[in-house]
Ligand binder design. Structure first.
Ligand code: FMN
Length: 203
């Protein structure tokens, strides 16, 4: 476990993407610093009928059990845990994914608000010129959303909307989820066999 990444969940629809991504990161032997907004927990309950415990320590233990992770492999952090490694450029992982990413969090990151640990962690990755991937979901996008995303894209942030393709002939929701997660893993440089690649023969 010598690779680390920050995974943040916010209150946009798309909790299944986040959980599948977490599973894949654990399998790839990453230590995952996990951040979840209050709205993310509401979405998790609504979409996945999942209720996480209240304290970060309990969340870490619960998710480690759930995903067969090693002890300490999933590190949940509280929203005002300012001494977490992700809060400082001197210790934060250089890769971070916000999945799913609400328009509220897109705005906060685009404006450098840093009002909670999740926003601060994204701010740190941008200032350190690391790799920040946002998986936004909203429909339609307003000009505010688009301007915020354009600003971030120009700073080098990868905007990867939760918009799975259908050309791989998905048979299930799990196939659609894997399509998105596969693209995220591709960008992170993590090998996987979740989907068939473009141009490869079927079967
Ligand atoms: C079930 C549910 C689904 C939501 N879906 C979206 C969405 O797809 N996109 C979005 O931007 N906000 C969505 N919201 C609203 C956000 O959760 C809300 O704006 C929240 O303040 C975002 O806070 P956060 O960015 O701190 O997570 C949804 C809320 C709920 C409860």
């Amino acid at each position: 476990m010598n690779k680390a990444i920050t995974l943040a969940l916010t209150g946009a629809s798309g909790a299944p993407y986040a959980l599948r991504l977490l599973e894949c990161l654990v399998q790839a032997d990453y230590r995952v610093y996990l951040l979840a907004s209050s709205a993310a927990r509401v979405v998790l309950k609504t979409e996945q009928q999942q209720e996480w415990p209240s304290s970060p320590k309990e969340i870490s233990a619960y998710l480690c059990r759930q995903y067969g992770a090693k002890e300490g492999q999933i590190v949940a952090c509280g929203k005002e845990e300012w001494f977490s490694p992700v809060a400082s450029g001197s210790a934060a992982p250089r890769q971070m994914v916000v999945c799913p990413c609400s328009m509220g969090t897109v705005s906060a990151i685009a404006n450098g608000t840093s009002d909670n640990l999740l926003e601060r962690a994204a701010d740190v990755v941008i200032k350190e010129r690391g790799q920040l991937i946002l998986v936004p979901r909203e429909s339609p996008f307003s000009a505010i959303h688009l301007e915020n995303m354009l600003k971030l894209a120009r700073l080098g942030v990868t905007i990867m909307p939760a918009a799975p393709g259908f050309y791989h002939e998905p048979k299930s929701i799990a196939d659609l989820v894997d399509f998105m997660v596969a693209r995220i893993l591709d960008h992170l440089g993590i090998e996987h066999a979740l989907t068939r690649r473009w141009g490869y023969a079927k079967g």
